[in-house]
Design a protein around this ligand. Structure first.
Ligand code: GRF
Length: 295
């Protein structure tokens, strides 16, 4: 049951405990506050008291859990949770009233993550998935390596591509005109090795995410990419590795961590076998986490 919850909410074990604690403490707090408020009315316990109590705790509950979530470090989870419930109650999550957010994937490798993300978007749009809070689709693939596998994936899926070069990306307009032309609202890095320019980070605040094939903050930073990461993990005799999905800031592999998932590293693992395990996690979770954080 707990594993299912961890997967559904995309959190690790510690966060799950803190989330459950927030539910419990938030529930007790709103029950307590509801009773205290009813004392002010001098009402006797009876049907009216009970109805008012239910109304009060329904109204107080979101406030109380949000309050408790702050010291327990779970504010962003509960903000999303409550917005989702609100969306369902107010019917705002129906597909008709939703705008489709357009994503640019920045990638320069084989593009297996890009492919999984494209599949997930197609699924969400195709099946009219009313569960999804926000609809999104991949509108552009940005790549700095002509001939990279990700470009074939874009072609196969009829997605426009943009090949970028260093000088303009870092020292001129950062290709903003093209991002505007395609109405890009969110950026996903999937095997993109250049830093993001400060200007793009400022414009897309909390709207650029990256995936790293290890458990940050270990094994990240400049030069830590591809099989080098897995070599380093094995050399350090780690017993587990995994993935980290994080917001992007101006440092390599440094922005706020959104999600991590782990896999075991055994004595017989090689960088290749470890890479395969990590890729499985990436393909499973990156589209899900993206769907959760996109706004
Ligand atoms: C992934 O392992 C990801 O963690 C890293 O770059 C790799 C891209 O792989 N940032 P692919 O091109 O998506 O297969």
């Amino acid at each position: 049951m707990f594993n299912k919850l961890k997967e559904r909410w995309k959190v690790n074990g510690v966060s799950l405990i803190l989330i459950i604690a927030t539910f419990a403490l938030g529930g007790s707090l709103c029950g307590y506050a509801g009773r205290k408020l009813l004392l002010l009315t001098n009402l006797e316990k009876g049907l009216l008291w009970f109805v008012l109590y239910i109304v009060l705790i329904t109204l107080l509950w979101p406030l109380c859990v949000m309050l408790i979530s702050i010291p327990l470090g779970q504010f962003s989870f509960f903000k999303r949770y409550i917005l989702r419930i609100w969306g369902k109650m107010s019917g705002k999550s129906s597909k008709k009233s939703k705008n489709v957010i357009k994503i640019a994937i920045f990638a320069s490798g084989t593009g297996s993550n890009a492919e999984k993300i494209i599949e997930a978007a197609t699924y969400l749009l195709g099946k009219e998935n009313h569960e999804a809070e926000i609809m999104w689709k991949v509108a552009l693939i940005v790549c700095n390596k002509p001939g990279a596998g990700v470009l074939d994936i874009a072609l196969k899926n009829n997605i426009p591509t943009l090949i970028i070069e260093k000088e303009r990306f870092f020292n001129a307009d950062n290709y903003l005109p093209e991002l505007k032309k395609y109405d890009i609202g969110f950026i996903v890095l999937a095997g993109f090795l250049w830093k993001m320019p400060a200007n793009l980070i400022a414009i897309y605040t909390k709207k650029i995410i990256n995936i790293h094939p290890a458990l940050l903050p270990k094994f990240g930073g400049k030069g830590m990419y591809g099989s080098k990461v897995h070599h380093a993990v094995i050399d350090a005799k780690e017993t587990e590795s995994g993935i980290t999905i994080h917001y992007v800031d101006e440092l390599y592999d440094h922005g706020e961590i959104i999600f991590q998932a782990k896999c075991p590293v055994s004595d017989v693992d090689t960088p290749e076998t470890l890479a395969a395990k990590v890729h499985l996690l990436e393909h499973k979770y990156y589209p899900q986490v993206l769907t959760d954080v996109i706004h």
